[in-house]
Design a protein around this ligand. Structure first.
Ligand code: BDR
Ligand code: CA
Length: 308
């Protein structure tokens, strides 16, 4: 089974991704970022999830703000004010650790060098802080999978070409993209190409166990947002990245390219720039995931909801 360290800002699609991790992998820890909503909510949501699955993975609260600039927007309008559809879940029993997320990332990878896949499903603030404290982190991580970017500029956040995770904390993403010699990049555009079939998905929600019932509740706000934005299918960015983290062989088409983050720019701050034409002469640092086996992805999600 893959051993995962998950940096996350739950978040509806983060929740689905964590359910997938629980079903198909071992979770060594959850480091929690601010992003979709504030850190107090994302930490609590991670604890709620661990209650739900009876999971023993430790939850580490991270940095409450981006490294440099205050964000212009969060994603509460998609995920709900509390990030979990404003369902009003009771106070979770699982508690968060006192250890700061960046320090936990360093400690866990020291204890288990070369074993853990780091799955980054949120703004990269915690990972960047860990890298600044200890630049040898990449040598101890088995793989890094990042959900982020809009590789040809079809983004989803305020800045026209930016994707939320990168646009929320561009400096952090810059640190990570420069420091890791190689990572898998699962971007927003790949997410749109791998929307799950709605009828099938509703079938899993109906047939699944307590995890499906929970997800159905959490998902309501995001779902009506998607419907209003006339997107087709169930769009779950973090779930797609998690599928790639759990099983890298699910990728059927990808390109090795250099990826960087724009920190300035009149229109482009926060954009993920992929050097498609190879003009910069930099070594490829990213496997840009273009296509995955959709049937296998769907099967992973279905099992994570307890719908056999
Ligand atoms: C990413 O931003 C967040 O809203 C989602 O959880 C996902 O990680 C998609 O752009
Ligand atoms: Ca996320």
């Amino acid at each position: 089974k893959p051993q995962l360290l998950i940096d996350t800002d739950p978040g509806v699609d983060d929740a689905l991704a964590i359910l997938m991790a629980h079903a198909h992998a071992d979770i060594a820890g959850l480091s929690i970022a601010a992003g979709n909503v504030g850190l107090e909510h994302t930490v609590r949501n991670a604890r709620t999830l661990m209650d739900l699955v009876g999971g023993a993975a430790p939850v580490f609260g991270g940095c409450p703000t981006p490294l440099v600039r205050a964000p212009e927007e969060d994603a509460a309008f998609v995920h709900g004010m509390d990030g979990f559809g404003d369902v009003g879940f009771p106070e979770p029993k699982v508690t968060a650790s006192d250890e700061q997320a960046a320090l936990a990332l360093l400690r866990l990878t020291r204890e288990r060098p070369g074993e853990l896949t780091l799955v980054a499903l949120a703004p990269l603030t915690n990972v960047a802080l860990a890298l600044r404290l200890d630049p040898s982190l990449p040598q101890r991580v088995k793989r890094l999978v990042v959900m982020g970017g809009a590789v040809t500029g079809h983004g989803n956040t305020g800045k026209i070409p930016a994707e939320f995770n990168i646009g929320f904390d561009p400096e952090a993403a810059h640190v990570v993209f420069e420091a890791f010699p190689h990572f898998d990049l699962v971007d927003w555009e790949a997410t749109l190409r791998h929307a799950l079939d709605e009828t099938e998905f509703d079938g899993w929600l109906a047939a699944g166990d307590h995890r499906a019932a929970f997800f159905g509740q959490v998902f309501r706000t995001a779902r009506s947002f998607n419907a209003k934005s006339k997107r087709r299918g169930i769009i779950a960015a973090d779930a797609l990245a998690m599928a790639v983290a759990i099983d890298p062989s699910i990728v059927t088409r990808s390109e090795e390219r250099h990826a960087a983050v724009e920190l300035d720019g009149r229109l482009t701050r926060g954009a993920t720039i992929v050097d498609w034409a190879g003009r910069l002469g930099h070594r490829a640092n990213a496997r840009i995931v273009l296509e995955v086996d959709q049937a296998r992805f769907a099967a992973m999600v279905r099992r994570a909801l307890g719908a056999a």
